[in-house]
Design a protein around this ligand. Sequence first.
Ligand code: ACO
Length: 321
Amino acid sequence: MFSKIIGTGGYLPEKVLSNHDLEKMVDTSHQWIVERTGIHQRHITEGQTTSELAEKAARQALEMANKTPDDIDLIIFATTTPDLVFPSSACLLQRRLGIKNGGAAFDIQAVCTGFVYALATADKFIRSGSSKCALVVGAETLSNIVDWSDRSTCILFGDGAGVVVLEATDEPGILSTHIHADGSYEDLLKVNAGISQDYQRLKEGEAFIQMKGNEVFKVAVNTLGRIVDETLAANNMQRDDIDWLVPHQANIRIINATAKKLKLPTENVVVTVDQHGNTSGASIPLALDTAVRDGRIKKGETLLLEGFGGGFTWGSALIRF
Ligand code: ACO
C-alpha cells in the first residue's frame, strides 16, 4: 500500500503588500529586500482566519482530485498560526467543509517544516491502512505575529494556504519522507510569548517572531544540503533522477544553494518566494500547486520537497507525482 497526491489547491489573500509599501513602514528598500531575499511582494490577510484560507485551498484540491468532502477520512493541518488555541484548525476546517463522517482531524506544529511533517504523518496513516483519503494542509496567517516595526523580520513573511489530497493506491506516490528536529536552537528563531510562558505579552499584542537571520541562514543551508543526500541515498537515486525541487520558500539564496547541491538548473526549481514571501507551513504546498496548475509539474515526474524552520525542524519528501 502506498499514498499518492491526487489533487492540489492553493489560496492567497487578496491584499498584496509590496516592498515599496514596506519602504513607507520601516527603514528598508526594494533593492535590499530583493538582493538579500528574492522577495518582491507578499499577501496579507485582512481578518481572514487560517482555517478560512485553508478551506478555499482545500475546495480547489478536492475538485482537482474529483473527491467530495465526505471522501476525506483524515485531516492533518500544519500551522504555527491556528485560528484558536482549540479547537484545532483541522477540526475547524472539517466543520467548514461539512464533513460529518467522524474521521480524525488534528494539527501539527513544526513551523516552516510543518507541511513535510504533515505529509509524512498522513503517508504513514495511509500505508498502515488506517486512512484511505487525507487532506494535508499547510496554512498560515503569519502577519498576525510579525512585528511590523522590525525591518529584519517584517520584510520576510506572508499569509496563504496550500492543500493536497492524498489517497491510498497500489502504485508508489510518496516514495519516502524524512523528518528531523533539534530543539537546542530556540534562541535563533522563536515567537517570544505563548500560553504558559509570557502570556501577558501575548495578551498585550506583543508576541512576535524573533530571528537571528544570519545564523539561521547558515544552519539552514548546511542542513538542507544534508537532507538532500539522505533522501537520495534512502532511495538509491542520483541527483539527475530528480525532475523538480519544490523547496520551502524562505530566501532565494537558500533555495539556490540547495539547487546547486543537486546540480539542478534553475528552471527545474519551483520558486514562489518572489510573489508569496515566506508563508511558513503553507509555502511548499503553495509552490507545488502553482507548478502543477501552470503545467510545469507533470504526472510521473519525480519531485523533491524540502523544508527547514523553527525548532529547528527540517525534512524532505521524495514523490513520484
Ligand atoms: N533593510 C535594510 N537593511 C536591513 C534590513 C532591511 N529590511 N534588515 C537588516 N538590515 C541590515 C542589518 O541591520 C545589517 O546592517 P549592519 O551591517 O549595519 O549591522 C545588514 O542589513 C545585514 O544584516 P544581516 O542580518 O546580516 O543580513 P542577511 O544578509 O543575513 O539577510 C535575512 C537577512 C534575509 C533575514 C537572511 O539572514 C535570511 O534569510 N535568513 C534565514 C531565514 C530563514 O530561513 N528562516 C527559517 C524559516 S522561518 C521560520 O521557520 C518561521
